[in-house]
Design a protein around this ligand. Structure first.
Ligand SMILES: Cc1cc2nc3c(=O)[nH]c(=O)nc-3n(C[C@H](O)[C@H](O)[C@H](O)COP(=O)(O)O)c2cc1C
Length: 192
């Protein structure tokens, strides 16, 4: 089963990108084939409804979403919601409006967010859930909020190592990834 993973920020040492890669590793352990789109891949032009030309990176994202049985999104928390970069990437899913099924219908979507506190990250999780449901995605019940204050000043390998060493976080991410891969796998089998 195919899993698309989107997330991260353009900040060097992005904690949400580190969490995204941890999710990808866990997903591979659950038997998923993964395609990861980090913030550099999602640094797309603002979505323009009706435009005839789409940037190659935007077309690639839409194709990845179209192919995926499930999706995992890890956003930084910006001002009480998901980052603009992630929201804009999800706005490009409007290109799936005329698919059958349309948008993310039939795809399970797991969400996680990173902030300066778990409480702050919960605001981004809530925004992600609303947007995913608007895209007709089937939101996984589990969501993960991450307090990044402990790893904010670390480089990517150190931040990844510190997050991986957090047993509670890894257990919660594994539940989230397990829900997404299990649902995606069952749905993919039913659809053949
Ligand atoms: C523009 C901006 C707005 C932010 N707003 C919030 C916020 O509302 N709540 C929160 O908990 N953290 C907030 N933060 C902190 C980020 O969520 C935190 O630094 C997180 O680690 C960013 O993700 P990254 O490490 O992947 O860049 C904000 C950071 C920035 C740069």
């Amino acid at each position: 089963m195919e899993l698309a993973l989107l997330g991260g920020s353009l900040r060097p040492g992005s904690a949400s990108e580190a969490v995204l890669h941890l999710c990808a590793g866990l997903a591979a352990g659950h038997g998923a084939r993964t395609t990861v789109h980090t913030a550099a891949d999602l640094d797309l032009p603002l979505y323009r409804p009706g435009a005839l030309h789409r940037a190659p990176a935007a077309r690639k994202l839409v194709e990845t979403l179209r192919r995926a049985d499930g999706v995992i999104i890890v956003s930084p928390t910006y001002h009480g919601g998901m980052s603009g970069l992630i929201k804009n990437a999800l706005d490009h899913a409007e290109e799936l409006a005329h698919d059958r099924p349309a948008y993310l219908d039939g795809k399970v979507v797991g969400v996680a967010a990173v902030g300066w506190s778990e409480h702050g990250a919960a605001t981004a999780v809530s925004a992600l859930r609303t947007t995913v449901q608007s895209l007709r995605g089937w939101v996984a019940p589990m969501a993960v909020t991450v307090d990044a204050t402990g790893v904010a000043a670390l480089d990517v390998p150190s931040a990844r190592a510190a997050l991986r060493a957090d047993a509670r976080l890894m257990r919660r991410l594994d539940i989230l990834v397990g829900q997404v891969t299990d649902f995606a796998d069952r749905h993919a089998r039913l659809s053949v």
